[in-house]
Every structure is written in C-alpha cells, then in structure tokens.
Design a protein around this ligand. Structure first.
Ligand code: NAD
Length: 497
C-alpha cells in the first residue's frame, strides 16, 4: 500500500483529514510511491498557530542553545547522509552520487546556522555624544515560511529553515508536492536532534495552501524557490500582504568560451554542467557562447556528450536520471521540436531516448543544438532538461552584450586563459554569480546565493549574512546613563549632546 505522507504540526507527525490527495510518483516508472494530502484550512491554521505559540518561547532561548540544536542536527544529517540521499533519489530519480551532493550542500548551511551567534552580532559605537553609546541588536521576526521546488529536495529546504530557526524564528515549510518525502525525513531528524515542538511545521499542498501562507497575518517572511511565473506571483502577492519576500526564479545560464581556454576542460565542464541532473538545476549551463575559434569545438563537444547516458539512480554507469514528470518531459520534447522547426541544427537529439529495463521513465538523452539565435524559443525559454544550445560570436564584447541582454541573471561562467578577459567579464557582466573556469558557481554558505534580474525577486538573498538579515530585524539603541554631575536642561535641538 502506498505511504500517506504525514503533516508535521506542533511537533507531531500525523495523517491529514483532507479529502484532496495527490500522487507522488517515481520518475523512473511513473508509478505511484506515495499519496500527498492538500492540507485543510484547519490544518493550515493549526500549523501557523502552533508556530506562533512556539515563537514566544523559542525567541527567548539563549543563542548558544539554538546553535547547539544546529550542531546536533548537523551530526544527525551526516550520520543519515546516505539514507537521505537514497530517499531523495527514489523521489527525484537523481543518481545517487548527485543526491549525496544535494544533501551535503544542505548540511553546509546547517553548519553555518550553528555559527548563528557571530552572524547575529550587532554593532556598537561608543560616545556618539557625551556619554552616549549607540548599539544595534538583531532580533527574530516571528513565523517565517518557505515554499520549495522539486529539484533540490534536501538542499533548498535546508537553505531556509535552519538559519531562520537559529536566528530565533519559527518556520512553516511547504515542500514541493512532487518530492515531499525528503522534507519529512529532514523534519524527523530535526525533531530527533532536540527541536522543541512547534518551531518547525511541514504542511503540504499547492496553490491554496501557499495562498493561505501568503495572506496569513502571523507570517512575517516568505522564502520561495521555483519557476518564474510562480515566483512573480509569490512576490507580488506576498508583498501586497506586507510580507518580506525573497523569490528565487528560473534561469538561462551562459558559459562564454574564449578560444584561449583549455579545450578539454571546456568540453568536460560544458557536458557536466548542461546535462548533469538531467539539466534540472537552476544553475545548469544551458547556453554555450562560443567566441571566435572556439566555434570549431562543436564536433568534440558532441562526441563527449554522446558518451553520457541517463539511467536508474542506483546504476553507477548512469550520467543522470529521468526528468521529474511526464509533463516535464513533454515540455522538453516540445522545445526540442521547436528548436528544429525554427532552424537550429540539432547535432545530437535525445528525444527518442530509451533506458533498458525502465520503459516508462521520463528519459531524455543529451541534446545539443548549434546555430542557435537569440529569437529561438530554445534560447529564450528555460528548458530544464539535458539540452545545451550553442551560439557563436566573434568577440568577448559581443558575448558580454548577448549575456547582458538576456532577462535572467542567475549564474554565468567564462572559460579563458586570460586574466584580463576574466576580469573584464567579471566586472561588466550583469549576472549575480560568476564562475571563472568554474561552470556552476554556487557559493558556499558563508557567502549568499545571489541571483539577479529575472532570476530573483526581492532584496536579501539565500543563506550567508544576507539570509540572517532577511530573517531578522535590526533594533538600534541609543543609551545614556545619567551621571549626577552632568548639568541637564531641556534640549530643544535635534543634536545629541
Ligand atoms: P514550481 O514553481 O512549479 O513549484 C515551486 C513550488 O511552488 C512548489 O512547492 C509548488 O507546489 C508551488 N506552486 C506551484 N504552482 C503554484 C501556484 N500557482 N501558486 C502557488 N504555489 C505554487 O517550480 P518547480 O518546477 O518545482 O522547480 C523548478 C523551477 O525552480 C525552475 O524554474 C528552476 O530554475 C527554479 N529554481 C530556481 C532556483 C534559484 O535559486 N533561482 C533554485 C532551484 C530551482
């Protein structure tokens, strides 16, 4: 019998009373592996009410104790690392090695959350006027919420709730309805690590449940990661309800290849970063911009791509897994067809891909287009599949202009042997995360994840110091302790004295 995915409300895992249930499917076979409830209004209410109550105690818990919870959690996540990765593979189809990376990149954020005391430090200036000091305090906000996508079932929830909770908030998580199982396991381990009841809630559902969170008066912040239309909706609706919102959206990430770059490195990195995880990464390289002589490298690129094939998550020979759903596969196949129809050269076509033993999986083989122009839909749209499109330009200046004209700004990279070219690129490019001879420049958590333009709506980004600012309020105190000897009298000016 299929598992009913529980809700996690007020510290208890329990079966929903909802009458509306969704199927969670295995993308290698499209068979149902679990049933997911769309939480009822009462259940949503209970989750937020429990988080509001828990906040009153949790915000008073000393910072080192909150940090210690994160240390315990980090230890448990490490102990259960492979088991979580296996579960994650089973619901996403991600190959095991990549699933382990997904979990690991989340653990790194928990490690950072264990550092919360130094991250919350305020500032002090003594003697801003005679015997007056000013200092700032960093205080939690209340109940925060997070809505996460399917493609990083461990990492992205862990971008959110550990830092928010370490900062003294409580959190309501609504994981992707396509991959809810990993989030439940993360919550079980959080409870086991000693999390008091109510500081984390996990609710399930889709638009109705998200709308509930966006409009609930007790919710102070909304963290969202997902597709562009939903990110825009979340940002507009959340801010209309006066929430603090950070919404991370889709992407079209370019790798600019200079002719002086190391060809073998370029080809290896292009293949890995475009088809790895079936191209279902927000930082995947989906566009190669080949400058001048690098245009000649397409046959070698094709040859290397041909060597990669998708397969089952536990098949060590597989380069990547299936797409998340039949719907996602249909969309990718439609875009491949549009690329052909619009005149791009399909050098390698993965649309007829079959994987032995898994006839019903959502497979798409590595796909390579050359001769692509910026008006084609395979360039304009985020494909989110194992498809790399190549554009050709003559100069670095043209490449920079092309990337800057693209509406997205999540990540980009340049491969070159020239420091001057790299420096120019890093300075002029209007993209939030830049790799120099590094294809997918996702920063570690002591920095922040800083997408720009159409890839991000908000001000403060995920993890790092920016996330701590997102999840806290700054209070500035100006203090004087009267000394009997100091003459006083009304001060009628704005000056401190
Ligand atoms: P999605 O937008 O379909 O879903 C994301 C979340 O929103 C899920 O929890 C889903 O249940 C919920 N949701 C879906 N439709 C909704 C609606 N109409 N109203 C309210 N909530 C709704 O995204 P996805 O397919 O799960 O994830 C893939 C997308 O996420 C890609 O576009 C990818 O680029 C993007 N992504 C971006 C980043 C980043 O950091 N910029 C990271 C990972 C993924």
């Amino acid at each position: 019998m299929n598992q009913h995915v529980p809700l996690f409300i007020d510290g208890q895992f329990r079966k929903s009373v909802s009458l509306e249930w969704l199927d969670v499917t295995n993308p290698m076979s499209n068979t149902v592996i679990a049933r997911l409830p769309c939480a009822t209004r009462d259940e949503m209410d209970e989750a937020v009410a429990s988080a509001s109550r828990a906040f009153l105690d949790w915000k008073e818990v000393p910072v080192p104790e909150r940090a210690r919870l994160m240390l315990n959690y980090q230890h448990l996540l490490k102990t259960h690392h492979d088991e979580i990765a296996k579960l994650l593979s089973s619901e996403t189809g991600k190959i095991f090695a990549d699933a382990k990376g997904d979990v690991w990149r989340g653990i790194e954020v928990v490690e950072q959350a264990a550092n919360i005391a130094s991250l919350m430090m305020g500032e002090t200036v003594e003697n801003v006027a005679a015997e007056i000091d000013t200092y700032s305090l960093t205080q939690p906000l209340g109940v925060c919420c997070g809505i996460t996508p399917f493609n990083f079932p461990a990492m992205i929830p862990l971008w959110m709730f550990p830092l928010a909770i370490a900062a003294g908030n409580t959190f309501v998580l609504k994981p992707s309805d396509q991959v809810p199982l990993t989030s439940i396991r993360l919550a079980e381990l959080f409870k086991q690590a000693g999390a008091p009841n109510g500081i984390l809630q996990v609710v399930h559902g889709q638009k109705d449940q998200v709308d509930f969170l966006l409009s609930h008066p007790d919710i102070r912040t909304v963290s969202f990661v997902g597709s562009v239309p939903v990110a825009r909706y979340i940002f507009q609706t959340g801010t209309n309800h006066l929430k603090r919102v950070q919404a991370f959206a889709g992407a079209k990430n370019h790798m600019v290849v200079m002719p002086d770059a190391n060809k073998e490195q370029v080809i290896n990195n292009l293949v890995g970063s475009s088809v790895g995880a079936a191209g279902q990464r927000c930082m995947a390289i989906s566009v190669a911009v080949l400058v001048d002589g690098a245009k000649e490298w397409i046959p070698d690129l094709k040859e290397e791509m041909t060597k990669v094939s998708p397969g089952a998550w536990d098949d060590s020979a597989a380069g990547y897994g299936p797409l998340i759903s039949q719907k996602a596969k249909d969309r990718v196949l439609r875009l491949i067809q549009e690329g052909k129809d619009q005149g791009a050269v399909c050098e390698l076509d993965g649309s007829q891909c079959v994987v032995e033993g898994h006839p019903d999986g959502n497979w798409v083989g590595p796909t390579l287009f050359s001769g692509v122009t910026t008006d084609m839909s395979i360039y304009k749209q985020e494909i989110f599949g194992p498809v790399l499109v190549c554009l050709e330009v003559d100069t670095l200046e043209e490449a920079i202009a092309l990337v800057n004209e693209n509406p997205y700004g999540n990540g980009t990279s340049i491969f070159t042997a020239s420091g001057a070219a790299a420096r120019k690129y890093q300075h002029e490019i209007q993209v939030g995360q830049v790799g120099i001879n590094v294809p997918i420049p996702v920063p570690l958590p002591f920095f922040s994840f800083t997408g720009w333009k159409g890839s991000f709506y908000g001000d403060l980004h995920a993890y790092g110091k920016q996330a701590v600012r997102f999840y806290t309020e700054t209070k500035t105190v100006t203090a004087r302790w009267f000394d009997d000897d100091i003459p006083t009298g009304p001060n009628l000016t704005i000056h401190l004295r």
